[in-house]
Ligand binder design. Sequence first.
Ligand SMILES: [Zn+2]
Length: 267
Amino acid sequence: MVSFSKAKTAGKDTRSADQPPAREETLVANLKHDELFYLGRFNGVPCIACAIDEEEQLPADWKTIGLWELYSSMDGVEYNIATYASQIISWQQTSRYCPVCGSPMVSVEGGWGKRCTRGDYSGYPPVIPAIIVLIHDGERLLLSHKPGWGKRYGLIAGFVEPGETLEECVHREVKEEAGIEVDDLQYMKSQPWPFPNQLMVGFTARYKSGEIHPQDGELDDVRWFTRETLPETPPMSVWPICSSPAGLNNNKNSTRGISASSQERRH
Ligand SMILES: [Zn+2]
């Protein structure tokens, strides 16, 4: 199970337990916590999420781990469950009151949505799209550097703006950050990026024209690298866009995999 205390994940590894818990809440019964949210089952083990009081003393066999740390140490599916849980908890904590009139919000039947108890407003857990693009010229790879990154270089990336397609976003970000034009844009893969709630959409693109230079002041270097001159890169296990899709077995009647009727909500 996973629980959250601010940015930390707290968990107990139930896989090695002799018997799975008969009731999920026994795991947090002695801890101060918010509402429990049932996420579904993974390999037959129920997964629940809840926020634990920040001051709470955890049992000896529990530990807190940040999502960043989990990213490089957990299997893809399990990591995805943790990120799912963190985003559901974050949504619950930020959607208590209507952003239009300030009235309390209540859950909508059949998903994670909430509606205002006074007006018509309803909302859902936010997912913010962002693009990341690997630009090449057939031989070389274009990487960028931000102040404070040390020896590390990264791909061009950025947030999608209102009214913009993903493709338009790639062209704009590349022009803004590197000053060049690209073509032969190809979608590769997407990945939830829970810092705090992005969906990272990965593309490749071929260099077309223009002189490379950082444009918007965000980057202090953009340059080509060959296979032989690549800068320091993180281990493969922590590369974005390489984990497998979420593998929770849960209620298929809901697009989010969970229906309100299957959620066990206890205080
Ligand atoms: Zn309202």
